[in-house]
Design a protein around this ligand. Structure first.
Ligand code: SF4
Length: 322
């Protein structure tokens, strides 16, 4: 535990990196601030990068003849083409990345929660869509973690996002400096995480690592990568996390008093009810694993899937359903 490869993350520039919003503001977000210290950030601001300047008149998504355009009502400028050209260039020059953290509700960066207007200046909101840059990210990087700062207020969404970006970064690093031993280590260190995320994919990855077909490095990593990304795509169910925690309990329950065991089970129950985040029962397991020097548990990413500094317990109040 403890060593992490820095994820390469594309983050909207206005999320703490520059005063580039249309009104010259910057968005101070504690989660992004903390995360920034642990990642290699690539920070585009599509609107500034296409030359709209700061401050600028606001732009919006409008539907016109069944198509969505990017439009600046105050100047009556259609900037769709400029944005599309920028997006193509940006992605053609982008090296391999591990995820995206974008500004919510922006006609450029937003993903699915952006107001869509009719062409007429006074027409009301007619629906929701993704911004141009956000939509391009969703289309081109569907297998990578993509979140907005708004959704990151929920601890369950945050835990899942942090877990994925750090795992994907480690796998990228493994890809670059491959040895069979490293792949076997990677697989065994993530066993409990996989068990929580997706047992079917975990078994398939186990077979790939055994490599009885004597596949080449490229085939092996390709096949493992496909199942790895599928395994961690969706958040684990709470019942699956509880099963893993119960499995871990099996390693040290012999040493626990009746009161300690009752406390552990009560903590699991509070997690099941959504009263505490996963990190609370996980840190209990970690304490027992340290106390009894259980190397197998201590080696597991499940106990520390991302840097401890990112364990922010507070929640938006919308908990798991945000
Ligand atoms: S939302 Fe995107 S385009 Fe808008 S200011 Fe932020 S980075 Fe720039």
């Amino acid at each position: 535990m403890g060593d992490f490869v820095k994820p390469k993350l594309v983050i909207s520039r206005c999320l703490g990196f520059d005063h580039c919003r249309f009104n010259g503001e910057i968005i101070r977000n504690k989660i992004v601030e903390r995360l920034s210290k642990h990642v290699e950030a690539i920070t585009p601001c599509p609107e500034v990068d296409i030359g709209l300047g700061v401050p600028r008149d606001a732009i919006r998504l409008v539907t016109s003849n069944g198509k969505i355009k990017l439009y600046q009502p105050a100047t009556q400028k259609d900037v769709t083409r400029n944005m599309e050209e920028y997006i193509d260039k940006f992605f053609s020059e982008l090296s391999q990345v591990d995820g995206f953290l974008l500004k919510s509700r922006s006609p450029s960066c937003g993903t699915g929660d952006v107001k869509l207007y009719g062409e007429d200046k006074v027409s009301p909101v007619s629906g929701k869509s993704s911004g141009f840059f956000g939509a391009a990210v969703q289309e081109r990087f569907a297998s990578l973690p993509i979140e907005t700062e708004g959704r990151m207020l929920s601890y369950s969404i945050r835990e899942h996002f942090f877990t994925r970006i750090f795992l994907i970064a480690e796998f990228r690093d493994l890809y670059e400096s491959f040895s069979m031993k490293q792949l076997v280590d990677f697989h065994s260190r993530n066993k409990l995480l996989y068990m929580a995320y997706n047992q079917k994919e975990m078994r398939l990855m186990g077979r790939i690592v055994a490599n009885q077909e004597k596949k080449t490095k490229d085939q092996l990593l390709h096949d493992y990568g496909v199942h790895f990304r599928a395994a961690i795509e969706k958040s684990p169910r709470h019942t699956s996390n509880i099963n893993v925690l119960m499995h871990a309990l099996g390693y040290f329950s012999y040493s626990m008093s009746r009161a300690e065991k009752a406390f552990f089970l009560d903590t699991l129950e509070r997690y099941r009810e959504g009263k505490v985040p996963l990190s609370v029962p996980v840190s209990l397991v970690k304490t027992y694993a340290i106390k009894h020097e259980i190397d197998y548990l201590l080696s597991q990413r499940f106990l520390e899937p991302y840097p401890e500094d990112l364990l922010i317990i507070s929640d938006s109040g919308k908990g798991r359903d945000l």
